[in-house]
Write a protein that binds this ligand. Structure first.
Ligand code: BGC
Length: 476
């Protein structure tokens, strides 16, 4: 087997990067992070409208209130047509965006909003006219707030609420959209974001609070299975998948026995919990035992596990940013941490170390342990902070992001050569946007956005990606 590229030492030349004909190469965004227009055309309130405006979710982290009320103004057609023109100039053949449930069904259940449906109809038409294939996520962290008030994903009815919403989407867009993604990153929403933001205002100890995520993740996986069944029942001419954040786990310090011991459990909680549920219809024992210890009420019914086992996605969306470098920490939930651990020298990317070899390793693991499923890289990107983002003479020289991009495309090319069945790569993100609790302070875009004027400035990484996209084999 060919050697995997190793970070820093084997960044390929841009001119050597080639993907098969028909391979999707694009960028990725999500509704709340870019659309703005948070009350336009009959839109209902979503979880993030509520968190940003009424709870002040960014306040705790960046010390000021920021919201997605305007974001990148991409709901506006005049604006998004300019962004599509930039995408076209860059040379992408795909674009992953998400539909806001609260635009389609403002109360979460019940009446469908024709204006919401029409907005995405137009966007899809405009993308296709530019030769860009839409890759559509149905849910990216933004449950309608009226459903949050009924218990959100804790409420077993959430499975049906979501399945009904998914049916509306599949029936309406199913002939013109060929790639659907049911959910984005159940782990991050439930085990990380909700836990960290203490959304439920619980005073419970950390382990109990963390374990409370499991029923929500379970309901989301059931909703995924139900929606997948709906999609297949409708016999639509495309594919449906789910996107997981996957991060191979390694000890932060390989010479520290405590870090080494903590790593397998972290791997189960982060990766195997979801992969096994989706591909094997079961939860890994060590993770399940640990969660049940602090949440004994969580006992998945055999019928639930049968449903999970029966519905396989047509492809697995993978958000890969970095491996998880695991530290033992008795004060952390389950005795381990990974977020914020990064052994890279400064400047280091906020989402973890730049290790393209671990993307390769992940795809090889899926091949050997999960029957080599069809995959799509639905997010991959980096934010290095000010050092990469300064505008000098109208240019943004994001050299670290360029290295990151090159390394990961090289690793992906290698994985394909070694048998991975990956059908696309969507870079996160098309443009700087609302980075959740970090507001606009953390930037992932290939295109910079001036926060006052919303003017777009393509960065060096945009031009690098453009040069790579231009040399790809074209379909006749
Ligand atoms: C999410 C994106 C987010 C990105 C960068 C992923 O967890 O899907 O919404 O902006 O990571 O942190």
């Amino acid at each position: 087997m060919a050697q995997a590229p190793v970070a820093g030492s084997q960044v390929p030349a841009a001119s050597s990067i080639r993907f098969p004909k028909g391979f999707l190469l694009g960028t990725s965004t999500a509704a709340y992070q870019v659309e703005g227009a948070y009350q336009a055309d009959g839109k209902g309130e979503s979880k993030w409208d509520f968190l940003a405006n009424k709870v002040g979710a960014t306040q705790f982290v960046i010390g000021k209130k920021e919201t997605g009320n305007v974001a990148d103004n991409m709901y506006d057609r005049t604006q998004y047509l300019k962004d599509i023109a930039l995408m076209k100039e860059m040379g992408v053949n795909a674009y992953r965006f998400s539909i806001a449930w609260s635009r389609i069904i403002p109360q979460g259940t019940g009446a469908v909003n024709a204006k919401g449906l029409a907005h995405y109809d137009q966007l899809i038409t405009d993308l296709k006219a530019a030769g860009i294939e839409p890759v559509v996520t149905l849910y990216h962290f933004d449950m309608p707030q009226p459903l949050m008030e009924k218990g959100g994903w804790n409420n077993p009815e959430s499975v049906q609420w979501y399945a009904a919403y998914a049916e509306v989407i599949f029936k309406h867009y199913g002939q013109k959209v060929k790639k659907f993604i049911t959910f984005n990153e159940p782990y991050i929403e439930h085990f990380l974001a909700d836990y960290m933001m203490n959304v439920e205002q619980s005073k419970a100890p950390a382990n109990v609070r963390y374990a409370a995520a499991m029923p929500k993740a379970h309901n989301m996986l059931l909703a995924n299975a139900k929606a997948t069944a709906v999609y297949h029942r409708l016999k639509l001419p495309g594919m449906v998948g789910i996107t997981l954040n996957l991060s191979p786990c390694m000890p932060f310090d390989a010479n520290n026995p405590a870090d080494v011991r903590a790593t397998p459990l972290q791997d189960e909680l982060l990766n195997t919990l979801f992969l096994d549920a989706i591909y094997k219809g079961r939860y890994p024992k060590r993770a399940l035992d640990s969660l049940q210890k602090y949440n004994p009420a969580f006992r998945p019914a055999p019928a639930d596990m049968a449903l999970l086992a029966a519905q396989k996605p047509d492809f697995l969306g993978i958000n890969f940013y970095a491996p998880a470098q695991v530290k033992a920490d008795p004060t952390a939930p389950m005795g381990c941490t990974w977020i914020g651990n990064n052994t890279d020298p400064a400047p280091a990317s906020g989402n973890g170390p730049n290790r393209p070899d671990q993307l390769y390793a992940l795809l090889m693991r899926l091949k050997t342990e999960y029957g080599n499923p069809t995959t799509m890289i639905t997010e991959n990107g980096a934010a290095y902070g000010d050092v990469d983002e300064a505008v000098v003479n109208g240019k943004i020289n994001d050299t670290h992001r360029c290295q990151y991009l090159l390394g990961h495309l090289g690793a992906l090319q290698q994985a394909l050569a070694d048998g991975a069945k990956t059908i696309g790569y969507m870079h996160w993100s098309l443009l700087d946007n609302f980075e959740w609790v970090f507001g606009y302070s953390v930037k992932f875009g290939l295109i910079g956005v001036d926060r006052t004027t919303l003017a777009r400035t393509p960065k060096q990484s945009y031009y690098l990606y453009q040069s790579i996209l231009k040399q790809q084999p074209k379909l006749p």
